[in-house]
Design a protein around this ligand. Sequence first.
Ligand SMILES: N[C@@H](CCC(=O)N[C@@H](CS)C(=O)NCC(=O)O)C(=O)O
Length: 266
Amino acid sequence: MHLDYIKPSEAKSLRGLRLALTVGVPGPWGESAKKMLEYKDIDYVAVEQHPAQANEDLVAWTGVRNAPIALYNDEAPKTNFQDIVALAERLNPNPSLVPSAWNERIICFGISNEICGEGGFGWSRRLMATSTPRQRPLSEQEIDILSKAPNLDRDTMEKAYGSSQIQAARASDRVKEILVGLKNRIRQQISLGSHYFVGESLSSCDIHWACFSNMLLPLPAELNPMPEWLRISYGDIGLIKLTDFEELLEHRDMVFEKHLKLPLDF
Ligand SMILES: N[C@@H](CCC(=O)N[C@@H](CS)C(=O)NCC(=O)O)C(=O)O
C-alpha cells in the first residue's frame, strides 16, 4: 500500500491542504502530521520530499528542504509540529486533539515538545544515529542489506540538522531522561484510570508518541513496511533496555490499534 504523491510543481498551483512528506520512509514528524489529518478526516494532497536530497523545487516553492511542510491555500508554510496541530484543529475542530482545559493544554504541548521539539526525543535520536558508534556486530545478512541502502547524502543531512558537540555527547542521556519522564507520566495516568497522556481521551501528544516510538522500536513489518536498512539502523541506535519502557510501547500499540489507520503507508 503506497500513498499517492504528486510533485511540488503540480501541487503549487492547487488550493486546499498540501502536505510534503518524505517518500518511502515513516518520518516521525511527517507520520504524526499525516495521522492527525487522517484521524480528523481532513483531506490533503501528499507532495514528494526525497530523503537527504536537495529537493530544489520544494525549496523554490516553500523555502524548506525537509518534511513535513503543510501548505494551506496562500498561507505561509507550516513546518513546526505545534503549528501543524493548530492548523488541523482549525480545519476540523472535531474530534479535537487539543485539551480544552488550560493546564491540560500546557501538559499536552509540553509532552509533545519533549518528543518532537529541538533537543527532544526524535531530534536526539536522529543525532545519536550519526554520532553514536555501532553497538553490536552485524550479521552477514544485515551487512548485505545495508550495502544496498540508498546512498544518503550525509553532507546535506549534516548541514540540514545542526547540533553542537555537547548536544551530540548528551543525546543518549537526553533520550533516556525523556523516556523515563514519559514512562512516569503514563504510569501516573494509569493509576488514575486513564491510558492517555493527558485527561481521559486521545490528544495530539499521544499521536506524537505513537509515531515517534518507531525510532525506539519500529512496529512489525506487516504494520510498518519500512525499508529493511532503516529498520536495522533504528534497531542499532544506542542500547536502551526496552523492557524498562513496556508501558510506553503498550500505549503506542493501543493508540495505533484503537485510533489510527494501519498499516502505515508512506
Ligand atoms: N520540522 C521538524 C524536523 C523534521 C524532520 O526531521 N523531518 C525528517 C523526517 S519526518 C526529514 O524530512 N528527513 C528527510 C530529510 O531531511 O531529507 C522540526 O521541527 O524539527
